[in-house]
Design a protein around this ligand. Structure first.
Ligand SMILES: [Zn+2]
Length: 392
């Protein structure tokens, strides 16, 4: 829907700025007035990762005057396949600082504001209040709902995006003029149902496709040109090379932006989204071993059946010696239960211990009462038992 410009124009553009932005200035719909609005704009990027990378780089190049970056993580080698704002020499550095350096290299006229911390209930309202627009590039549901609720409570618009394997989605949420994220997704998916990028993977270039949509929407909102994605969900399928738009409506029963809201302040988002289901949490009590204990069990000749519940692609990368692969889905749907031995203690592991906890609940419910899972999964095995193996 068409909206008035989000920000007023800056007083003027310098001679250098006119030269730099000339290809914008000669677009009639942008012009000097539009460029001055970008100069006056304050945009916050939540995350400097897959989506934050292209978003920050193009927002900087476009001449957005103030760019906020909130990011607490450090650059890891496994980020570089898609997080193009960081480079080889940035490995180990705070992502916020690495992103700032890249932004200033692209455009020294940008005022970069670093928030080198995790977004939380304690700071989200105070930080968001300093900006005209928020770009959400987070990859977990707890932060996603927190971003939405804070934006609704402050009356701010934000541009949302999400990516997984070959699929992406993007939209604009602004409760004062249309739907919010909770109107689209009232409840988070059950814990363990939707794998994260770390578990399921993401095609690196997908970040550019969705990040570019987010920046396009940001520029449209800031300058007041075109029809934004407010009230529409963009769904991108890279394999089919297909973009679809789905109409979204404001939900009158939305918990936060509906007629009788039940959420009137920030809530406990970890609790709301739940990293592990209640059943899985209960199953792990007294049935969890460490990677070091697993190694001791193996060395002692204890009769165990070691089962890797990850997906085949992950098994190809790294595995614990002596394990066999039974993906979690085969255990949860019951197909693999009859193949489990009755005369050995079952030991389950996954990448980090979340999926194996879910599988453990199913295995114990099927009668394998002494089954256990490995805390921290194969990542912990590599760290504490065999650092020569790769982590992913
Ligand atoms: Zn809503």
């Amino acid at each position: 829907m068409s909206l008035p410009p989000l920000v007023e124009p800056a007083a003027d553009l310098s001679v250098d700025e006119v030269r730099r932005y000339s290809r914008h200035l000669i677009i009639p719909d942008v012009g000097v007035a539009g460029q001055k609005r970008l100069k006056n704009a304050k945009v916050l990027c939540v995350g400097a990762g897959g989506l934050g990378s292209p978003a920050l780089m193009y927002l900087a190049a476009a001449g957005v005057g103030t760019l906020g970056i909130i990011e607490f993580d450090t650059v890891d080698e496994s980020n570089l396949q898609r997080q193009i704002i960081h480079g080889q020499s940035d490995i180990g550095r705070p992502k916020a600082e690495s992103a700032r350096d890249s932004v200033l290299e692209i455009n020294p006229y940008v005022n970069v504001v670093l928030h080198n911390e995790a977004l939380s209930n304690d700071n989200v309202l105070e930080i968001f209040a300093q900006y005209d627009l928020i770009i959400d590039g987070t990859d977990n549901f707890a932060t996603r709902y927190m971003v939405n609720d804070a934006a609704v409570l402050l009356g701010k618009p934000y541009v949302w995006g999400s990516i997984y394997r070959f699929d992406g989605q993007a939209s604009v949420f602004w409760a004062e003029h249309g739907p919010c994220y909770r109107c689209l997704y009232p409840e988070p998916p059950p814990p363990g149902m939707v794998p994260s990028c770390a578990e399921g993977g993401v095609l690196g270039v997908l970040c550019a496709s969705i990040g570019a949509i987010q920046v396009t929407e940001a520029i449209k909102l800031l300058t007041g040109v075109g029809e934004t994605l407010l009230g529409r969900l963009m769904v991108y399928d890279a394999l089919e090379m297909e973009y679809r738009k789905i109409k979204l409506r404001k939900d009158p029963n939305c918990a936060i932006c509906g007629e009788n809201p039940t959420v009137t302040g920030l809530i406990d988002y970890d609790d709301f989204c739940g990293a592990v289901s209640d059943e899985a949490q209960a199953a792990t009590i007294g049935s969890t071993i460490t990677a070091t204990e697993l190694k001791e069990w193996q060395d002692s000749g204890k009769p165990i059946e070691l089962i890797d519940v990850r997906e085949p692609a992950e098994w190809e990368i790294v595995r614990v010696p002596g394990a066999r692969l039974v993906p979690k889905g085969e255990i949860l749907n019951g197909n693999a239960l009859s193949g489990l031995p009755q005369d050995k203690q079952i030991v389950l592991y996954c990448k980090s211990g979340v999926r194996s906890a879910e599988a453990l609940a199913a295995v114990k419910a099927a009668g394998f009462k002494d089954a256990v899972h490995v805390q921290g999964g194969v990542v912990s095995w590599v760290k504490t038992v065999d650092p020569s193996l790769p982590v992913y």
